[in-house]
Design a binder for this molecule. Structure first.
Ligand SMILES: [Zn+2]
Length: 126
């Protein structure tokens, strides 16, 4: 079964191998581990920060588009989701000093690079 729907919450659409069950993001028709066929799989978006870095200068443009307010350093990280897949995402935090490996994050997809933000207090475990 092949579906091509976007979840309204900006959820992440990955894929899961029908052979060895490995999950990948972004979605791929073939499993990178065993080469078997993979089917679309919605990902929870819930995970923890695996590693990260700070981009302190503007990337090459194009393809990077400098925002209207000018470039500001931002954090990029890998979020390890509950499904076991690591997703590269821009970390949306108020203060770069607040970033900690292992912090709980929610990743949302959509256009361009996925975005990850910290869970609000009370949102955890819901
Ligand atoms: Zn596989």
């Amino acid at each position: 079964m092949v579906t091509d729907r976007r979840s309204p919450s900006g959820g992440l659409e990955g894929s899961r191998c029908s052979g060895c069950s490995v999950t990948v993001y972004p979605a791929d028709e073939a499993c990178p581990r065993c080469g078997g066929p993979a089917e679309p799989a919605g990902l929870s978006g819930r995970g923890t920060l695996w590693t990260w870095t700070v981009q302190r200068y503007a990337p090459k443009s194009p393809p990077y588009r400098v925002p209207a307010g000018g470039f500001a350093p931002f954090a990029l990280g890998y979020v390890e989701l509950a499904e076991g897949v690591r997703v590269a995402a821009v970390l949306e935090v108020d203060d770069l000093d607040d970033i900690r490996i292992g912090m709980p994050l929610t990743v949302t997809g959509g256009r361009g690079v996925p975005r990850a933000r910290a869970l609000d207090p009370g949102e955890e475990g819901s």
